[in-house]
Design a protein around this ligand. Sequence first.
Ligand code: GLU
Length: 401
Amino acid sequence: MAAPGKSEEKSTAEAQLRDTLLRAKRVVVKLGSRVVIGDDGKAATGRLASVVEACMAWRRAGKEVLIVSSGAVGLGRRVLGMSASRKLSLREKQACAAVGQAHLVQAYHALFEKRGGTAAQVLLTADDFADRGHYLNLKDTLDTLLAMGVVPVINENDTVSVAELETRGKTRSFGDNDSLSALVAGKSGAQLLLILTDVDGIYDDNPRLNPGARHHPLIPDFETLTGVRNRGKSTEGRGGMASKVHAARVAAICGVATVITSGCVERPLSPLPGEPGAGKATLVSPKRRIAEKKAWIAHSSGYAGVLRVNPGAAAALARGDRSLLPVGVVAVEGRFAAGAVVSLQTEEGAELGRGKVNYSAEELKRVKGLKGKEALAAVESGGVKRKEEVVHRDDLVMFQA
Ligand code: GLU
């Protein structure tokens, strides 16, 4: 069969975009710092008003809307008179966030109030997702706010959490608001995550560095994304395109569709993506929704350690119906207790998935590479029976499965 032409691909994507937006009952809208803050360093109220209008129209149509908004550091920087070019220390960023968050939420409050709506401030740390008790409390509060018709405006609690503001090296961290928005969408049971950023979708290369970069209107699955080069990063916010791709993948695994489009236009979301006259956008289709416990494993904020597995175990895990046994583990990194969520990686460092371990890091160092009975003998004591699986298949989420 011939590959679809460019215009055919575009109209299929537009139809799917319209359908996705129409069907979604719960929508998470994520705004990056570049969208929230204008060139003058102040809140871009014209743009924000347009987003708030779209949110109010959805509310009237019976949808529930949550906002994840960056911009606290940038707004605080201006209020405190720190020039946009000055490199801030981590503590200064936290101070800016504390000052700027008040301005940020005040801007949303005023815009919603003017249109008959109500906004609520919700500040979260990564731990709130990792701790199941906190997470369930959070979910109940969000559900209650939404049932009251309130729009929660969520940001990372930068004063106590540094993951948002710090560079985390190579590890796949949840250290930016793109990932936070994917967690919120996945865990609140939303059907749509709408990321408003300074690029109008996913390209196979950075369109600012390469004018020939190809735009993807529709990503039906992540196999399509193998050739994407994620060069460049926006200045104030933490997330570049790589973190958007990662967020979309996290959302997809949770059964949430992601739309990435530009919010740096005069009237974002007017018209809505897929409607006539709207700018370009990328729709990332969701996978089948996974069980809530698995979603929690896949997207709890980060992971406590890394298990490197041999190629045999990697191939068995890729089938999606196998558990990880001690014999497949070649290396253990990090300090964690039994029950922690770990990242499962190949020996070369490619992440295969995540799982909840039945052994602590200490125990794993003893049992790695051992076969069934030998492994159990190394950890069982005092007649207490242990499970042989390092990660049981019910507690395992493979990213490519
Ligand atoms: N929480 C930070 C802020 O409000 C932004 C983090 C990010 O851009 O991802 O400024």
